[in-house]
Write a protein that binds this ligand. Structure first.
Ligand code: UD2
Ligand code: MN
Length: 285
């Protein structure tokens, strides 16, 4: 599907800049009980452009944000995410697009490599300045948890209900992270070699530190978020190799990541609520 148009949203250059802090944000009531149909979500978000894009009507956003979601066989979680997060992002006056990156092969899942693919596709789509990499199953409980980039990479899942709204350990960097384009290039993206569950997030933390940056986190009250409870997916077993890989994180940083990323796009499709990137990322052999 190489004929797909790049994102083209008409921009009125005369609009004032959006405020740093959007108005009227606060706690949200997040319940996972609803049966969310795609049609209902579409009808509740009439201002979306094809591919799941939106930008504020009355002001020019300070950042252009690509949301990257690694995905395989989590349809109901994706519906829940779309149901809550489109209104959330529009309330935050975000200029954004949503990219769902689906691994086709039913070999071991590789979350980190899918993130790199999402970045590489999105960067060609629109002049994004900020990349937010998020699990499909985490929903913020407060609109003041701004989905934005900052002077340093940000970890925004620092207050998840599953971990009693605390950090389970200091270097945790999973769930939701935000990088400017420059920050992401600086760390050479995620590592591509983490197949199966675990470690890829800790490795990314090591990359940030190795490149002289630090991790910022929002206030833990505002950052409260809910994770949909689930079992470990089949095909995402832990291989037990992560620990040893992370020990050599510094050695691999400059040769394993965006600059060594190999993948085959199967299709890129503009749905109403998101852009779906279906990709063959191999199987690690
Ligand atoms: C933790 C981290 C997560 C990641 C993972 C280890 C937090 C809050 N979360 O989550 O970011 O580092 O550990 O890899 O720190 N997925 C699919 N299909 C699959 C498997 C995974 O779509 O078959 C996607 C989906 O977006 C999911 C994400 O990958 O949310 C992470 O997988 P998980 O939810 O099983 O991992 P979890 O909850 O242990
Ligand atoms: Mn999860």
């Amino acid at each position: 599907n190489k004929l797909r148009k790049r994102v083209s949203l008409d921009q009125d250059e005369n609009l004032p800049k959006c405020p740093e802090i959007p108005p009227d944000l606060g706690p949200l009531d997040i319940k996972f009980a609803y049966n969310m149909s795609l049609l209902k979500i579409i009808s509740q978000n009439p201002n979306l452009q094809p591919g799941g894009h939106s930008r504020p009507k009355y002001c020019t956003a300070l950042q252009k944000i690509a949301i990257i979601i690694p995905f395989r066989n989590r349809e109901s979680h994706l519906r829940t995410w779309l149901y809550y997060m489109h209104p959330f992002l529009q309330q935050q006056q975000a200029d954004y697009g949503v990219y769902v990156v689906e691994q086709t092969e039913d070999t071991l899942f590789n979350r980190a490599k899918l993130m790199n693919v999402g970045y590489s596709v999105a960067i060609k789509d629109y002049n994004y300045t900020c990349f937010i990499f998020t699990d499909v199953d985490i929903i913020p409980m407060d609109g003041r948890n701004l989905f934005r980039c900052s002077d340093n990479p940000r970890h925004m899942a620092n207050s998840v209900d599953k971990f009693n709204f605390k950090l389970p350990y200091n270097d945790i960097f999973g769930g939701i992270v935000a990088f400017t384009k420059e920050q992401f290039i600086k760390v050479n993206g995620f590592s591509n070699v983490f197949w199966g569950w675990g470690g890829e997030d800790d490795e990314l933390f090591q990359r940030v530190v190795a490149m002289g940056m630090k991790v910022e986190r929002p206030d833990q009250t505002i950052a409260r978020s809910k994770m949909i409870s689930h079992k470990r997916d089949p095909g995402n077993e832990s291989t037990g190799k992560s620990f040893h890989l992370i020990k050599k994180a510094h050695e691999r940083l400059h040769k394993d990541g965006l600059n060594s990323l190999i993948y085959t796009i199967i299709s890129i499709t503009s749905h109403k609520l998101y852009t779906k990137i279906t990709v063959d990322i191999g199987n690690g052999e």
